[in-house]
Design a protein around this ligand. Sequence first.
Ligand SMILES: [Zn+2]
Length: 113
Amino acid sequence: MRLKVGRRGLIRDLAIQRSLILYNTSVKMLKLGLIEVARKEIELGLRLLRKARARKPLLYRRYVCENCLVPLIPGTTARVRIRSNRKQVIITLTCLQCGWVMRKPCVKKKQET
Ligand SMILES: [Zn+2]
């Protein structure tokens, strides 16, 4: 039983590493202007992660459009705006390909002096 768990962990680890490589190539493709190829790479990475039942790495959780699966790079495929009220800071990421808006609320830190 222990061996099985270990093996599954190994597969999960491999899937995460491979998905990160796929993300990197996807960004490269995007810079070359091949949006469809970039989307395919991300799709493949997500499928790998789902199959291995791995937790999505930070890059996939935060910097991939949930609607059209294009990697979000500020300046090229995404627009980043920051709004704040008294309690929290809200980071708004807009996908320039499809107009999808993601909002990430963050708790404001007290300024340390
Ligand atoms: Zn999008």
